[in-house]
Design a protein around this ligand. Sequence first.
Ligand code: NAP
Ligand code: MG
Length: 458
Amino acid sequence: MQKNEPGLTVVRNPATGEEITTVPALSEPEVDAAIERAAGAFEAWKVVAPGDRARLLRRFAAAVDAHTEELAGLEVANAGHVIGNARWEAGNVRDVLEYYAAAPERHSGRQIPVPGGVDITFYEPLGVVGIIVPWSFPMAIAGWGFAPALAAGNTVVLKPAELTPLSALRIGELALEAGLPEGVLQVLSGKGSVVGQRFVTHPAVRKLCFTGSTEVGRSIMAGCADQVKRVTLELGGKSANIVFADADVELAAARAPYGVFDNAGQDCCARSRILAQRSVYERFLALLEPAVSGVVVGDPTQEATEMGPLISPAHLATVASFVPEDAPVAFRGSCPSGPGNWFAPTVLAPVDPKHRAAQEEIFGPVVVVIPFEDEADAVRLANDTPYGLSGSLWTRDIGRALRVARAVETGTLSVNSHSSVRYWTPFGGAKQSGIGRELGPDALDAFSDVKNVFISSD
Ligand code: NAP
Ligand code: MG
C-alpha cells in the first residue's frame, strides 16, 4: 500500500442522497506537485502576447458555452441547483470569461509626469494564484476568480468545495480542450484542511482568493500574514431588505421571497432580515404569506421549480437548529418529504433583533421580519450585525433611497430590486463580510502588483 495513494471523496446528489461518483482527495505531496507545475507554467503564460492570451480566453469561453447543458446538469445533480439557475450559472462562467478576455489588451499602466525623465507603471502578474470555492455557487464563484486571474497573466490552482467538485473539474478539462497550456488552470479536489491549507502555506502561491465562511476566512487571512500573501476574502452575510411605508409594498412583498429563498437561502447575498416600517408591517406580512406559499419547492431538474434542497444532511441540521419547536414561526411554505435534504421556506416573526436568528448567517430558507420606526431606526437595525455584504431597500423617495444606500454599511445594495451579482460591477463585503472586491472593470488590479519604472532622460 503506497502511502501517498490518494483517498477518494464520495459525491452525492442532495435532492436524493444518492451517490453520483467519487473524486480524488489529493494528498499534500500531490498538491505541492500541482503548485510546482503552476509555477513552471507561469514563466511561459506571463509572456504570452496580450492578444494571444485574449484569444485563448475567448476559446475557453466558447468551450464553456458549447457545454452549458452539461455543466448545468452537473450543478443540478451535485449542488441541487434548480435547472433555470444552473443554466444561468454556466452562462455566467462564459460571460465572465468573455468579459475578461478583453482585459489583457486593455490593462494599461500610466505615464506620470516627473522631472528628469519618464515615469511609467506596469501591472505585473503575481505568479500562482490559489482560489478556494464554497459549495453554494461552485462554478460561478470559480469563474469570478480564475477569469480575471488568468487574464492578468497568473496561473491558477483552484480548490472546489469537497461536496461540489464536479462542475469545476469539468471546467478544468474544458480549459485544456480550448488550448490553455498545461498547468495554467488546475482544479484540485480534496479537503480544505489539506488542499486549501497548502495554498496558504506554500510559498509559490502568491495570492489567495477565498470565498466561504467568515470563520475559515479569518484563519486563512491569519495564515497568509506569515508570508505577507495577498488575499481577497468573500465571506458571510446577514443582509437587510428594508421596506419603507412609501414603497410599492405589494411589489416588495411579492419579490421578498426571491431575495432570500433563491438557492434555498444558501446565498451569501440572501436578504435574510426583512425590516418593514411599522405602519405597513402587518400589511406587508399579510402580503408576504401568499408569496411564500407560492414558492415552488421540489425536484430541481424540473423547469418550474424555484427552490431545491439544502446541500447536505449536516447543513440541514444546522438550518433546522434555528427553528426549534418553540420558534416564532409566522408561516411556512412547503417542501417534499422523503429522501433529500429538504427544508420549507420559513418566516420568523416577531424576532428580537438581538436573537441568534436575527444575528447569525443561517444560510438556509429562513427569514426574520422585524419592524422599524423611521429612517434612522432602519439604518441602525440594518447595521446591527458584524456583516455587510449585500442588501435591498424599497422606497419611492429618491432622496431617501440615496441617503439610506449611503448609510447602510455594505458592499453592494439594490434599490427596488434584489439584483444579483453582476459581472460588470464590483462585488465584495464591508466589515466581516470580506476584504477586497471581485468582478467589475478593476478586477485585474487584485491579481497584479503595480511596478513603477523611471527612465532618466539625462
Ligand atoms: P467554508 O466551510 O468556509 O468552506 C469554503 C471553502 O474553504 C471550501 O472549499 C472548504 O473546503 C475550504 N476550507 C475549509 N477549511 C479550510 C482551511 N482550513 N483552509 C483552507 N480552505 C479551507 O464555507 P462553505 O460552508 O463551503 O460555504 C458557505 C459559506 O460561504 C457561507 O458563510 C457563505 O456566506 C459564504 N459565501 C460567501 C460568498 C461571497 O461571495 N461573499 C459567496 C458564497 C458563499 P471543504 O469543502 O473541503 O471544507
Ligand atoms: Mg463548510
